[in-house]
Design a protein around this ligand. Sequence first.
Ligand code: AMP
Length: 583
Amino acid sequence: MKVLVIGGGGREHALAWKIAQSHLVKKVFCAPGNGGISKIATCLPIKANDIESLVKFVQKEGIDLTVVGPEEPLVMGIVDEFEKRGLRIFGPKKEAATIEGSKVFAKEFMKKYNIPTADFAIFSDPDEAKAYIKEKGVPIVVKADGLAAGKGAIPAKTLEEALSAVDLIMIKRAFGKAGERVVIEEFLEGEEASFLVLTDGENVVPFPSSQDHKPVFDDDKGPNTGGMGAYSPAPVITPEIETHIMEDIIYPTIKGMANEGTPYKGVLYAGLIIKDKKAKVLEFNCRFGDPEAQPLLMRLKSDLVKALNAVVDGNLKETLEIDPSPAVCVVMASGGYPSSYEKGKLIKGLEVVEKMDDVEVFHAGTVYKENNFYTSGGRVIGVTAKGKNLPAAIAHAYKAVSQIHFEGVHYRKDIGFKALKHLGRFVGIVMGSLSDKDIMFETKRILQKLFIPSEITVASAHRSPERAIFFAKKAIERGMKVIICGAGYANHLAGLIAAHTTLPVIAVPLSSSPLMGFDALISSVQMPAGVPVAVVSLDKAGAKNAAILAAQILALSDSELQDELKRMKKQMAEEVEMAARAL
Ligand code: AMP
């Protein structure tokens, strides 16, 4: 078979990579493709939304199957145009793709078929939208109806933000016609996850769960991006929740679409929010997610082309064979992304990673020139690795990432950390004052190097004891396993926390007072019986040791972490030795 993949990002590289492995396939083409894709497929200078040129190429070349990556051509009706001419194409027809192309349609559809989603209202008049926002209050989410390159959903924490989102979408028309109508919906709390299925309009075959990371910085800070990384499976989706998703969301959606006379064929992506074991739909997408496709396709053992053919032919009967090893994709982006960034930077180290087992580098924004790859987009590459478990996959992905460099590169250091929290790795860090942050961030940094998620809170034993007690009481329920407290002066913080939890508590005395930390040390170490606090050394050394001690406690039931600790301790010893030799 000759197969054409439409699109030119990391998702399309993963699709082309998987398709090229099929015994059914002789040649893969990609329009327009990118530098990385050009190594495994013939790239064509045709844009993904130039349907006429794509049709002409497919007819001329005798392409047997076309696979559409991005949403835009699907929403424009590429499948209808191909099918009209008897050409085989994978993806939903225009009317079915409206499930992504119009949020108004998606929300009304979900309401009609009782599919769980946030409460909402639809407006075509900005003043009415604003009046509704004022009535409902914040937080609230304002969404442009049409496609807006992933930027059309604006969660607002303040009234001002919400009202200016209406102005941006409906008056300034930042997303053009997509902003003729808005959906205003209830802000949902919970953990996000993605759930993708293949469907021929009737039969449904699920992929394993996955999770994207939209905000640009660690701990979900900063503006949203196309996605800074993903992993699969997502432990927030337990087998019980998966059954609920299939029964209450996926099947009603597929049946509902058929009932509407617009059967849905292709890959259906449900963007979900999970809370209290219940899933609600944030959005539907009519294609694979980018970067979720990268870990999902890396885990797929079945022949993808066979499955895509079955969807096109309407006889999707077999399930997908999935590698039980989890996979993690870390996106390496250009400096400045998601705002403006420079292009044309030489990417170094790819040849080292090529030799690593269980790692694939999927290119998103690269060009290939004179034997080298150069950056050409915001998201540049998605380094995707498998491991025997999630911590191992995360460590392996970051090991590969550490080998690759280009000027200005940035990437998140916490991809997959939400999953690790579910697996029992989570440390709470409390500091008595914001002025302790330089030292206590050292604790966070060491924990991060060991792939241990942590959360920093400011709570003072003296100035905000209720806050500290609340934190201590909630810690177990939130999945924390150890609490580290850093404070100076008469440091009662660790004691106060220890009095309100059964978790191990570690104190880091800080030398912020005129007594140079002697006071903090004595007040941490002198705890009454029944309120144990482990005290480490003062200041930065203490901050580091607290992190390592916490890791050692977690490692009692986490052999992967034991290995990481051994590696870190060895590295620390070597650094000391090197410094000594340099003297
Ligand atoms: P959407 O395009 O609708 O998936 O929205 C993009 C992102 O906005 C989602 O991935 C969420 O992070 C956020 N979001 C969308 N809808 C809501 C909601 N109702 N409550 C909270 N966050 C939301």
